[in-house]
Design a protein around this ligand. Structure first.
Ligand code: CP
Ligand code: NVA
Length: 330
């Protein structure tokens, strides 16, 4: 029987089977081929989607907007300043109203419970564009990029270096477990994924042949590694006064040339972006002035090097998000 996820919400990859995830990845590759060959695919003409953002974004917003337009849909963008949600209107009421006007809702914000409630009350598919807990659309683009490099992803080792309990690391652990990969969370003991999520992923891994490893040893993280992944050290929504503590904890987990050299020679580097790899941002320059650190989670030599694939990964956000919208709305 074919895979069918029409009408479903996309809140965390824990809700999807490996076959369903592979179906979305195959569809993404198909959309990429069409886009690159100029083949029109306005397959959802007449539908409308709304993008509700309570945190800032470049890639996710643009991927949803371009993806929706390529599919022939209308798009409304709402930022925190331009909706009533939470201030003058409850989440449930907002969800019910949006569900009457739109065919699908994207939400980026804080608590995972908000995106779950939007799905519960709106009655239409809701897509998680990042919460404090998970960032599932990112993972499809990440795995698509790994597939483009290596073909079959099963058995490949992906190590996340840094704040290994953030939304991106959590979601990577889930997708690697689902797809039979070897996931390694490499960071300080204070920033390891929550035990209950590790247990859930280990249970999935037992079915798929994946392995889950947690280590504070960077050499162990890099050993036999196919994909070195990192993310910013302080995520959106965390307080600014946490930088000093994070820098102290995470400096040893920076992805630099020496670390890359310990991985497989064929290894690639991924980053969800945005990234502090130089001083060309206000925060990057501020951190340099305060901590004498010209780069944070990744150095320029890696970011600009031949093993870096983060811009392919960023492009793949558009193809994968389009696949998620299409598969759930068609
Ligand atoms: N990777 C990612 O989600 O980027 P944005 O914050 O720019 O959407
Ligand atoms: N962990 C980061 C991811 C940004 C795409 C954050 O939440 O800010």
């Amino acid at each position: 029987m074919g895979i069918n996820i029409r009408g479903r919400s996309f809140l965390t990859l824990l809700d999807f089977t490996p076959a369903e995830i592979n179906y979305m990845l195959d569809l993404s590759a198909e959309f990429k081929r069409m886009k690159n060959n100029g083949v029109e695919h306005k397959w959802l003409t007449g539908k409308q989607v709304v993008l509700l953002f309570e945190k800032t974004s470049t890639r996710t917003r643009c991927a949803f907007e371009v993806g929706a337009r390529d599919l022939g849909m209308g798009v409304t963008f709402l930022d925190p300043g331009s909706s009533q949600m939470g201030k003058k209107e409850s989440l449930a009421d907002t969800a019910k109203v949006l569900g009457r006007m739109y065919d699908g809702i994207e939400y980026r914000g804080f608590k995972q419970s908000v995106v779950e409630d939007l799905a519960r009350y709106s009655g239409v598919p809701v897509w998680n564009g990042l919460t404090d807990a998970f960032h599932p659309t990112q993972m499809l683009a990440d795995i698509m990029t790994v597939k483009e490099e290596f073909g079959d992803v099963r058995g490949r080792k992906l190590t996340f270096f840094g704040d290994a309990r953030n939304n991106v690391a959590n979601s990577l652990m889930v997708v690697c477990a689902k797809l039979g990969m070897h996931f390694c969370a490499c960071g300080p003991k204070e920033l390891m994924p929550a035990a209950d999520l590790v247990e859930k992923c280990k249970a999935v891994a037992a079915e798929t042949g994946a392995t889950i490893e947690l280590t504070d040893d960077v050499n162990q993280g890099a050993r036999d590694c196919d994909v070195l992944y990192t993310d910013i050290w302080v995520s959106m929504g965390e307080p600014d006064d946490i930088w000093a503590e994070r820098i102290k904890l995470l400096r040893p987990y920076q992805v630099n040339k020496e670390l890359m050299a310990q991985a497989k020679p064929t290894a690639i580097f991924l980053h969800c972006l945005p990234s502090f790899h130089d001083r060309e941002t206000t925060i990057g320059e501020d951190i340099y002035q305060k901590f004498d650190l010209p780069a944070m989670e990744v150095t320029d030599d890696v970011f600009l090097g031949t093993q870096a694939r983060q811009f392919d990964e960023a492009e793949n956000r558009m193809h994968t998000i389009k696949a998620v919208m299409y598969a759930t709305l068609k």
